[in-house]
Ligand binder design. Sequence first.
Ligand code: BES
Ligand code: ZN
Ligand code: ZN
Length: 461
Amino acid sequence: MNFFIPVFEGADTASVLSSSAYFENFSGKAGEQVFYIDADGNRHYVLGLGNKKDGTSVIRAVRSFFYKQKARLKGKVTVKLTGEEMTGYVSEISQGIYLGQYEIGVLKNRNDRKPDWYDEAPGFAFGIPVAEAAILKGRYFAEAQMRIMKWGDAPGNYKTPQILAQWITEAGKQSGYGVEVYDAKACETLGMHALLGVGRGSRENPPLFCILKYSHPEARKTIGLVGKGVTFDTGGVSLKPGDNMNYMKSDMGGAAAVAGTIEMAAKLKLPVNLIGAIPITENCIDSYAIKPGDVIGSYSGKTIEVINTDAEGRLILADALSYITDHFKTDVLIDLATLTGNAIMALGYKAAALISPNDSLAGDLFSSGLSTGEKVWRMPHWDDYKDALKSDIADLKNLAGSPIGGAINAAKFLEEFTREHPAWAHLDIAGTAFADSDFGSMKSATGYGIRLLVDYLQKVQ
Ligand code: BES
Ligand code: ZN
Ligand code: ZN
């Protein structure tokens, strides 16, 4: 069975709608625009969803359509839904319409538009009575996603650690959550030696640590969210090869997902308490940079032998994880990070790697992944993988000897800094945070994680 979202522009759509033949001959693929009619100056579009009728497919199809047709769809748009079932997707359709206004070419000199990351959405209405709240929810999601997509797509020189911390602070002010920023000096006082170690290669743009807070008077649970905020990852002295290194501007996808989720919780007034911890740094090279073989300290007190400076994400997350467990009592602790190329080798770009010792938390995240389309797939968490972290000269090392099982080894490293939190989950979003899209010919930020985590928060609240 195929599903459609007809999108009509213009006043006189009644005659088209009444023609059932309009829908019967559809044989398009998911997200394809099956036909286009320009009758009496009114444009009528039918958007085919094929047999993929889930939230993500609806958002993707609508977003792609509105992005491609942006110039034509300037006036008032009426969205007519085929069948009862489609009325359950009002929020996703609204989200898709807003997301379609995203603009990636903001740094081009262009006279036809003001330099902004997104345009104003066209006025739109649904042909039937729908809940305003559903439309608004879609808009909130789109705004939070566009905000973090903009962060991910911004070049490294446009988002130094200081700038990213400032963006997070502004987002907090606008959306109703609190942000505390600890600069490098404060991090020194706190003893965040692993974060500072990674930041040593960037004296111009030193590291920072942000704590984000959202609370609700009726909250029964407190969830900790930790996100990797590497604003550019050169690999450090263990320099990455040049090919595609430019994509490493997106190495703060975890930080973005954490901020975006807290923004959504604040806007939807979800009855949970949230604590976000975001370590922010560049991973660059200068004469002060840490070198392979160096041993550094960490907030937890454990010493770490840095075998490879390109495995920097786990170092900065180590400090954030132990800081959050020391300062806040959290019922659940989830970290998100563009942590390993190995997660992409294993799962490609369609699912994030999930590693957790907690079966029920893993199950909840898995089902939220299925229902939002922001999928996760669980990998083993067993201690058999722990041996790979043994160092001869320090408490542990940041890289196993061989390049196998890398996503799991990285997670086992992080686990050492969670103070044995009983409900901890790690999401390696290296493949899902930055991917192909309609917005450009190269990969771009996806906004991955917000819908997944909001769905999860709605379940556990
Ligand atoms: N930021 C990278 C991981 C990554 C790779 C994210 C590709 C997105 C796309 C991470 O810091 C890294 O460099 N990981 C290394 C670890 C290696 C040195 C063990 C990797 O995965 O190659
Ligand atoms: Zn790296
Ligand atoms: Zn990295």
